[in-house]
Design a protein. Structure first.
Length: 176
């Protein structure tokens, strides 16, 4: 149980960090994003005809995708080929893999196995459709990049500049 909580905490922290990175990325600006998504616009047609995302560009998957499947929240975050997924009680992490077609290969905590290998049915910059080997199909929408606050307070100017000296450099090895 402790390792599940610890692993879940690490994945949630990674997911939060990826949201922050998405917010800092200027490459996904509206004007630029639509131009870079032009190559992936043919993917839905390819996916419908072949049943997979053979023409999917892994860069088109970058970002955070959210939605509901079976009334439960699903969040997938993809950054630099790494994937974090939180769905229901499952916390999964893994990689974007090229296996003849772009796939999401994940390992999940707590024995969840319905979202371990995902095929990209379609991605168009606004919507991502994933079919998982466990029979689940997720239709997700790209989350708007968050914005970091710009009006953060500054540190007080009257902070002490001299630190105490003569402190012990070693901690006791035996506790009472």
């Amino acid at each position: 149980m402790t390792s599940f909580v610890r692993t879940g905490g690490v994945v949630v922290a990674a997911l939060a960090a990826s949201w922050a990175l998405t917010a800092c990325g200027s490459d996904d600006d509206a004007g630029k994003g639509s131009g870079s998504d032009a190559g992936s616009s043919a993917t839905p047609g390819d996916g419908q005809g072949s049943g997979g995302g053979a023409g999917t560009d892994a860069a088109a998957l970058e970002g955070t995708w959210v939605g509901l499947t079976g009334g439960k929240n699903v969040t997938v975050s993809i950054t630099a080929g790494k994937v974090a997924l939180v769905a229901d009680q499952a916390v999964c992490q893994g990689d974007v893999k090229d296996m003849g077609e772009v796939m999401l290969a994940l390992k999940c905590t707590g024995g969840a196995d319905d979202r371990t290998m995902g095929a990209i049915e379609s991605v168009d910059g606004k919507q991502l459709v994933l079919s998982w080997d466990g029979g689940v199909k997720d239709t997700l929408t790209k989350a708007a990049p968050g914005k970091l606050p710009t009006d953060l307070p500054s540190l007080p100017s009257d902070l002490p500049s001299d630190l105490p000296s003569g402190l012990p450099s070693e901690l006791p090895s035996e506790l009472p």
